[in-house]
Ligand binder design. Structure first.
Ligand code: HEC
Ligand code: HEC
Length: 374
């Protein structure tokens, strides 16, 4: 046997070790690849937004329609929501790392640039089993960029696998079985871009409506199972500046919880959520002088008591006052809430059917008022 030089032996050993190293490295890379968690970071490149599809943002992990929030995407809920044709809603807030929101003197939450507010609209097939089977309709976004908010909406496809950017508006036939077992259906209207601004409008600027201390000051159960006050949870997550905001702004009543607020508090909270964004001194209906927010609880004239309409005609239905205390049937406010005529109905956009339960509450409040008008 020919004797090999020692240097050859070294080279062979080295080759073997390099080979083993590569095998290991490949294996490791493979194992890591398989165990890599699903994408947990939201995609947000300010100059590329709006993305064509909802999934492009990666707000949610897994099956999109299950809306399981990704990292730093926090669910939230206003105490008393806006009614939109009985749609169910799932709202979320996302902010980039290292920044936080503050609170202005009216209790509106002031968000940093690149914050996103997300509002999903869906209809459970059976309202008694809302988690069993549901039809996604629309996902609306408010995105803050360069100090300004912009509104975008995404309409879900028929398979509910994703949603596509929509600017011109749309109609979607939806049907469901309500809590009383009645079959219901509506031609759900997806607002166009201009309509977003008809409601999201304070001092003529497009702004969020719901993130306000007095609307958020309540407990919520989070996907991790913990129950916490929403403001505290935002602070824990580093999304909201420290401060005892809850103590500064008392929560509005829950319109749908008779055991918590009296009829007047609940009716005013309902009117604030459904009308107050337009009917306030800073809203687009300010010229009516009809201010439907809890701030005017002690100002009957601004709330519409014995107030003559600015323009008589069709919208008043022959009635003389916005609210005739004690007489809901003679109050323009109720007449316009009950109407589905586009030239009469209030709110003037955002619904196709009247909200029976909300109307019943406002009727009960007006019925219980005394005084009449002279
Ligand atoms: C009929 C009035 C109305 C129209 C039209 C409307 N919104 Fe809103 N929106 C509201 C109100 C009131 C809230 C807050 C209450 C709630 O969430 O229930 C809200 C909440 C939201 C939120 C959650 C953050 C926030 O401001 O509270 C987003 C996001 C949103 N809307 C986006 C849109 C977009 C995008 C459009 C247009 C495609 C639109 N909205 C059209 C009234 C409206
Ligand atoms: C998208 C904005 C918007 C929303 C939301 C809205 N309104 Fe109006 N409302 C208006 C505008 C604009 C007028 C003035 C033109 C008219 O009378 O149609 C008005 C007028 C009225 C008037 C007549 C007031 C007067 O003195 O002339 C009543 C009553 C009224 N609204 C009730 C309501 C009620 C109740 C709600 C909520 C259930 C509501 N509105 C929601 C925009 C809005």
């Amino acid at each position: 046997m020919k004797k090999q030089p020692f240097s050859n032996y070294i080279i062979r050993q080295m080759r073997r070790q390099i080979f083993i190293f590569f095998v290991f490295a490949t294996l490791l890379a493979f194992v890591f690849h398989c165990h890599r968690p699903a994408a947990t970071a939201v995609h947000f490149e300010a100059e590329r937004i709006p993305y064509p599809r909802l999934s492009d943002y990666a707000f949610f992990a897994g099956v999109l329609k299950k809306l399981q929030p990704n990292a730093r995407v926090l669910p939230y809920e206003p105490i008393t929501p806006l009614f939109t044709d009985y749609a169910h809603k799932a709202r979320f807030v996302w902010m980039p790392e290292g920044v936080q929101a503050t609170v202005d003197k009216e209790g509106f939450i002031q968000f940093p640039d690149h914050s996103v507010l997300i509002k999903n609209f869906y209809y459970p097939a059976d309202f008694q089993l809302p988690e069993a089977n549901w039809d996604m309709v629309e996902t609306r976004l408010l995105v803050k960029r360069g100090g300004k908010w912009e509104a975008f909406t995404y309409v879900w496809n028929d398979q509910d696998t994703d949603a596509e950017l929509n600017v011109v508006g749309d109609f979607k036939g939806v049907s469901w079985t309500d809590e009383q077992g009645r079959a219901r259906a509506v031609d759900y209207a997806v607002p166009n871009k201009n309509q977003c601004k008809s409601c999201h409008n304070r001092d003529k600027e497009l702004l969020p409506i719901g993130p306000r201390v007095r609307y958020l000051n309540k407990a919520l159960t989070y996907p991790d199972g913990a129950t916490a006050n929403q403001l505290e949870r935002w602070q824990q997550a580093g999304m909201l500046a420290p401060g005892d905001w809850a103590a500064q702004f008392a929560p509005v009543a829950d319109w749908d919880k008779p055991q918590v607020g009296d009829t007047e508090q609940r009716a005013l909270a309902y009117l604030e959520a459904n009308c107050g964004h337009c009917h306030s001194p800073r809203g687009p209906a300010h010229t009516t002088g009809l201010y439907l927010t809890t701030d005017y609880a002690d100002s009957p004239t601004q709330l519409g008591f014995c107030k003559s309409p600015v323009a008589a005609g069709k919208g008043s239905g022959g009635r003389l006052f916005s609210i005739l205390p004690g007489q809901p049937d003679s109050s323009i406010l109720v007449f316009r809430m009950e109407s589905n005529d586009p030239g009469i109905m209030m709110p003037e956009i955002g619904r196709a059917v009247a909200h029976e339960e909300g109307i019943a509450l406002v009727r009960a409040w007006i019925e219980g008022l005394d005084g009449g008008c002279r």
